[in-house]
Design a protein around this ligand. Structure first.
Ligand code: ADP
Ligand code: MG
Length: 721
């Protein structure tokens, strides 16, 4: 058997079908990479207090007593088996299977699997599957579970954990010697066991030490293979030829800098110089620009766009939402003034044209924009996904800027890139601070620059948690809104939900959403109640994703112009919205947002010279995880610190994002934060290897593994369409 062999030949048709449909496992390799979720220890019983109604669980417990009685409603008998962990008990109900009483004798230990239900306030499993772990009739268990550690697999209702274990055992027994993708030298140097031993060790460990060695080795697989792929990608990018885009004296950049109403911060100047260098090289730039909201990334990016236009090329800025793209276009036109008005009255002598392209651009305007891009008339285009459409063509696309990249996939970046007649330079901007080792993984093919200081003259943002226990606090929040509006400022009120139609409301599910809670507050409810209540008399409007885009745009424009005092909105205002006159933000049900999201939201205020306030309203009880998250946001303005906290609470898949699902599915053991050191070491080792042996000629096993990984990635991309 090899890793690529289909499971059918190994476990038979029927089981193979179940493994496929229930767990998505098709090959021997899939099965062997389906690692146990945890390990039960012989003799150590599962804590029954940790069971949640509705979960499918596998528990180790001891039979305490049994009882057979006739059923009330129907004919037949019911066997109740009460099992315990030493403290708590759980009832197992078997219908019409009285013979099981002979197996499930008091004192016997077994693994039980089933869905946790509730009957008259007591938790129970109905018709559970079980696997006895001791006694005569449990003899084949000894073979399936080599030691005292019993693997518990992510299982499903269709197949129990120990049935998976049985398949794994058969696979391991028939496996041919495996070529090892990790170079011998690396394994020697790091004391890593070989792949075969690692797979046996993780599935059938005889000791904790063996398990640890297996996990370490398999984590290296994940980190190293990915880093080799990234190192190769960086190397290829370095070798790709493209025309250098060198700053031209007397061009748009000079005029732009002269007209800018402020001076760039030292950080902005440094990044600008780095970008100039990158653009002047005969190879495409691939750079990530990180910086807090409001740190001035867009201004720096715009300067690079002008550099490229000066050099005869064009630049595209892609944003994740229509609101944001529209605002970018407006902001860029404002900043450029006469130099962005080519073809219009009042344009400067040296000028370019800025066009906007989104899903709701009217047909005539779209035709005109496409013509301007194809002819080169327009130097700059700002848009959404609409830029990716096949009929969008450029005369000479020299720079692609992607704002808020975590909302786009790598593939989308590549689609836009492919619109250059020669490979364009790429700048990715993100306002979500990314811890270094995460950046190395998620954006591992990019160089990184960071803007750390905010432009001078920004007043700090004061953040307070507003608990609901005291209604007076909430009243004071609305007083604060009134005060600031009276002083000429503006306010945001943010709600987690739009309202009415449920489900499609951009509500971010959080880890704590379990018990029954009232639905989160909705814009459609909060808006009228404020308008007719606390904020009566102010100019108040709402903004959310279900409004037609011309309405959204008009609301945003009037808010930006100061014609609206208070905007009640969903997270549509999260990214990039820039209204320096807004000084108060009240976030309703703040605990329903993630940490990073709250931080992003807060960045919408405090963008001007006036002191700003962010009020986080939450009903989460003191001491609860939800309340602590909100308090963490209130306690610091440091986005990197908050990003770390956020990450620590989320699963890796969420961090990598849906667009990175290919990578997610391969990171099973590696934890981006906790395994930071390992990732850094793997990156160094992988980079060195690719320098020395770019085509991996001397490392055939690694080359093969990598080819499989890239195939998978490509297949997934095609699947997604
Ligand atoms: P980001 O894209 O990082 O959120 P922007 O580039 O949109 O930040 O800048 C935020 C606001 O700060 C904009 O209004 C911009 O004009 C202004 N700004 C940018 N750089 C400076 C600076 N050096 N001094 C003063 N204001 C600045
Ligand atoms: Mg921005």
């Amino acid at each position: 058997m090899t890793l690529g062999a289909p499971l059918k030949g190994l476990v038979g048709d029927k089981t193979a079908k179940v493994l496929d449909s229930a767990l998505d496992l098709r090959t021997v390799g899939d099965l062997l990479r389906h690692y146990p979720r945890r390990y039960a220890e012989r003799g150590r019983l599962t804590d029954l207090a940790s069971l949640h109604v509705g979960d499918h669980v596998t528990v180790m417990a001891e039979v305490q007593r049994t009882n057979v009685r006739p059923m009330r409603q129907r004919r037949g008998q019911m066997l109740e088996v009460v099992v315990g962990d030493g403290r708590r008990t759980l009832a197992l109900m078997f219908f019409n299977q009285p013979w099981r009483e002979r197996e499930l004798k008091p004192g016997r230990q077994a693994l039980f699997a089933g869905k946790v239900g509730e009957f008259r306030g007591k938790r129970q499993l109905a018709n559970p599957e079980y696997q006895l772990l001791d006694g005569d009739d449990a003899s084949d268990v000894a073979e399936d579970f080599a030691g005292r550690l019993i693997p518990v697999y992510p299982a499903s209702e269709k197949i129990a954990s120990w049935q998976v274990a049985k398949c794994v055992r058969v696979a391991l027994d028939t496996l041919e010697p495996l070529p090892d993708p990790l170079p011998d030298a690396l394994r020697d140097e790091r004391d890593l066991i070989d792949l075969d031993a690692a797979l046996r060790g993780i599935h059938r460990p005889s000791s904790i030490a063996e398990l640890d060695a297996a996990r370490l080795r398999l984590k290296w697989d994940e980190a190293y293979v990915l880093q080799v792929a990234l190192a190769q990608r960086r190397r290829l990018a370095r070798m790709e030829p493209t025309p250098p885009r060198v700053r031209r004296p007397g061009g748009l950049v000079d005029a732009f800098e002269l007209a800018l109403p402020f001076t760039l911060t030292a950080g902005q100047q440094e990044v600008a110089a780095t970008l100039d260098d990158d653009l002047a090289r005969p190879h495409p730039m691939h750079r990530l620009l990180q910086g807090e909201v409001g740190s001035g990334k867009t201004v720096v990016a715009l300067r690079s766009m002008l550099t490229v236009v000066d050099a005869g090329g064009q630049a595209a800025l892609m944003a994740p939402t229509e609101v944001l793209a529209t605002q970018h276009a407006r902001g860029i036109r404002d900043l450029l003034g006469p130099i962005g008005m080519a073809g219009e009255l009042g344009a400067a002598d040296v000028a370019t044209k800025v066009v906007l392209l989104t899903g709701s651009t009217p047909a005539a305007a779209r035709r005109a924009a496409l013509a301007d891009l194809a002819s080169g008339e327009a130097g700059i285009v700002v848009g959404t996904h609409a830029l990716l459409e096949p009929d969008v063509a450029f005369r000479d696309l020299g720079l692609v800027v992607v704002d808020e990249q975590h909302r786009f996939g790598v593939e989308q970046r590549d689609v836009l890139r492919a619109k250059g007649s020669q490979p364009p330079h790429v700048l990715v901007m993100t306002a979500t601070p990314i811890p270094r080792t995460v950046a190395m993984t998620v954006y591992g093919d990019l160089e990184t620059s960071t803007l750390t200081e905010l432009p001078k003259g920004r007043a700090p943002i004061a953040t307070h948690v507003v608990p609901p226990e005291k209604p007076a606090y909430l009243e004071r929040a609305w007083d604060k809104v009134r005060e600031d509006v009276a002083a000429g400022r503006q306010a945001f009120v943010v709600c987690p939900r739009i309202g009415e139609a449920e489900g499609d409301d951009g509500l971010e599910p959080t880890a704590t959403d379990d018990e029954e809670r009232r639905p989160p507050l909705a814009v459609l409810d909060v808006f009228p109640s404020l308008r007719d209540g606390y904020l009566h008399g102010l100019t108040i409007e709402m903004l959310h994703g279900r409004l037609p885009s011309d309405v959204k745009d008009s609301v945003m424009r009037r808010f930006a112009a100061g014609a609206i005092d208070v905007l009640v909105a969903t997270t549509v205002i999260e990214v990039g919205v820039d209204v320096p006159n807004a000084t108060v933000m009240v976030v309703m049900d703040a605990d329903r947002f993630g940490i990073s999201q709250l931080h992003q939201l807060r960045g919408r205020v405090g963008r001007g010279a006036h002191a700003a306030t962010c009020l986080l309203v939450t009903e989460a009880p003191e001491g609860s995880g939800a309340r602590e998250r909100v308090q963490a946001v209130a306690a610091t303005l440091d986005g990197f610190e908050l990003a770390g906290l956020d990450l620590a609470q989320r699963r890796e898949g969420d961090v990598l994002g849906a667009a990175q699902s290919g990578r997610r599915s391969r990171l099973r053991l590696l934890e981006l934060l906790r395994d930071g050191d390992l990732i850094v070491e793997a990156r160094t080792a992988a980079t060195a290897l690719v320098e020395a042996d770019p085509e991996l000629a001397d490392h055939p096993a690694l080359r093969e593994t990598l080819a499989e990984v890239l195939d998978e990635e490509r297949a997934e991309y095609l699947e997604k369409g």
